[in-house]
Design a binder for this molecule. Structure first.
Ligand SMILES: NC(=O)c1ccc[n+]([C@@H]2O[C@H](COP(=O)([O-])OP(=O)(O)OC[C@H]3O[C@@H](n4cnc5c(N)ncnc54)[C@H](O)[C@@H]3O)[C@@H](O)[C@H]2O)c1
Length: 392
């Protein structure tokens, strides 16, 4: 199968490519891939464990190997022999120039960038350029995944965002101020009939107009924001308090991270999207909203090593107050990359089963799953499994 990565030279993207090519060459195993659990073992019939990659970028490096090397030099996040083993394959992956329309001030943190709008293109010309790139790469087994930097909240506009006709009028009327890059990539993918997964908290395909397009063109899509670290642990642990009728009084989560992702998120407008995405889960698991603090701060020397310090204050029998603390200390790209491959494979499975619109059953992979309030990880896994076993 083929995967088109928006943000192709990022650390999550390149780690996904290295892992995928490493799996093909049998120099790494499938640890970390949900879709390779024994219960999903016939998924290979629908979505092989073999991937070709293309994508869009705005940091115009030579190829995916150069990008991978840049991330590796900073992070040393796996054995260099793995990267050496897939060098040839990665050198062949060259991203196309993308759009960064209204991505927010965080984009400044990426250093030197090149975008389609720098060439003075209108909104329609930008959409056409993105479409041409995706079209020339894709086939019947291609999925688009957004793994670009988190963009700022969009300038919502009912007229242009709520219906497909409105969205297309926005493009025709060149109303750039209402469009963001993630909307454009999502629109283009769905327009071409390519399943789309949004691994970021950016708006992507979650606009009513784009949901309408997905149904009209019979394309499956899923998002938003990969659930990989603190939120994964939070939505796995919080149900324990609920099942034991322990009352959570307060939950503080303090996240520190470096790298490009951390730098982009250190800009207030880009950070807002992420905090909203992380913050809403407790109420959905518990049915009430305890006092909560969610912080994300840039900590350059950590690079891609994200550390979350969580403090939970809870009340038990006889009104007694108690405390629980945890520290999650993970390499962000290592926990995220396999999910990119999982999401792509399950979306292709959904397409082959004739499904379209939001695939709520893939909520297991996301912090803010679309069109469902189920965020309890245990329930989400059961839903995913039931869905798969019934359809396969
Ligand atoms: N790492 C995780 O565990 C995790 C979990 C959930 C969500 N995410 C999200 O995944 C995304 C990628 O994370 P990362 O750590 O790989 O970040 P990264 O900064 O390493 O990679 C992002 C890449 O996207 C590129 N980019 C930015 N705007 C673009 C645009 N408009 N078009 C094309 N390319 C663009 C950047 O140049 C960069 O190469 C972020 O939005 C992050 O919040 C990551």
């Amino acid at each position: 199968m083929k995967i088109w990565l928006v943000g192709a030279y990022g650390i999550v993207s390149t780690t996904a490519m290295i892992g995928a090519k490493g799996l093909e060459k049998e120099i790494v195993d499938s640890t970390g891939l949900v879709s390779e659990l024994p219960v999903f073992n016939d998924l290979r019939k629908y979505a092989p464990l073999s991937f070709d990659f293309g994508g869009h970028e705005i940091r115009m490096l030579e190829n995916a190997y150069e990008a991978s090397m840049e991330h590796w030099e900073l992070n040393r996040h796996f054995d260099i022999q793995i990267l050496d083993g897939v060098k040839e394959e990665l050198e062949k992956i060259r991203a196309k120039k993308g759009t960064a329309l209204n991505c927010g001030t965080g984009i400044e943190g990426l250093g030197k960038i090149k975008t389609l709008e720098d060439d003075g293109l209108s909104l329609k010309e930008i959409v056409d350029a993105i479409k041409k790139d995706m079209q020339s790469f894709s086939d019947d087994e291609t999925v688009v995944i957004n793994v670009a930097s988190t963009e700022a909240m969009p300038n919502y506009n009912k007229e242009y965002h709520n219906t497909l006709d409105g969205f297309e009028a926005m493009i025709d009327e060149n109303k750039k101020e209402f469009a963001t890059a993630s909307m454009i990539y999502a629109y283009t993918a769905l327009k071409l009939g390519l399943p789309y997964g949004n691994f970021t908290p950016s708006v992507g395909s979650s606009l009513p107009a784009l949901k309408e397009l997905a149904i009209k063109n019979k394309v499956p899509h899923a998002g938003n924001d990969g659930k990989t670290g603190e939120t994964l642990v939070k939505t796995t642990l919080a149900p324990m308090f609920a099942y034991r009728n322990l009352k959570i009084l307060g939950w503080m989560g303090y996240n520190i991270l470096g790298d490009y992702d951390g730098k982009v998120l250190s800009y207030a407008d880009n950070k807002e999207s992420k905090v909203i995405s992380k913050d809403s889960v407790l109420e959905k698991v518990l049915g009430y909203s305890p006092y909560s603090i969610t912080e994300i701060e840039f900590f350059p020397s950590l690079v891609d090593n994200k550390t979350a310090f969580d403090f939970i204050h809870f009340q038990g029998f006889l009104g007694t107050k108690m405390k629980f603390y945890f520290i999650w200390d993970a390499i962000d790209a290592i926990v995220a990359a396999p999910l990119v491959l999982d999401i792509a494979r399950f979306l292709l499975f959904a397409k082959k089963k004739g499904l379209c619109g939001v695939i709520k059953e893939l909520g297991f992979f996301f912090k803010s799953p679309m069109e469902t309030d189920v965020v309890n990880t245990h329930k989400q896994f059961e839903i995913l499994l039931d869905w798969y076993l019934k359809l396969r």
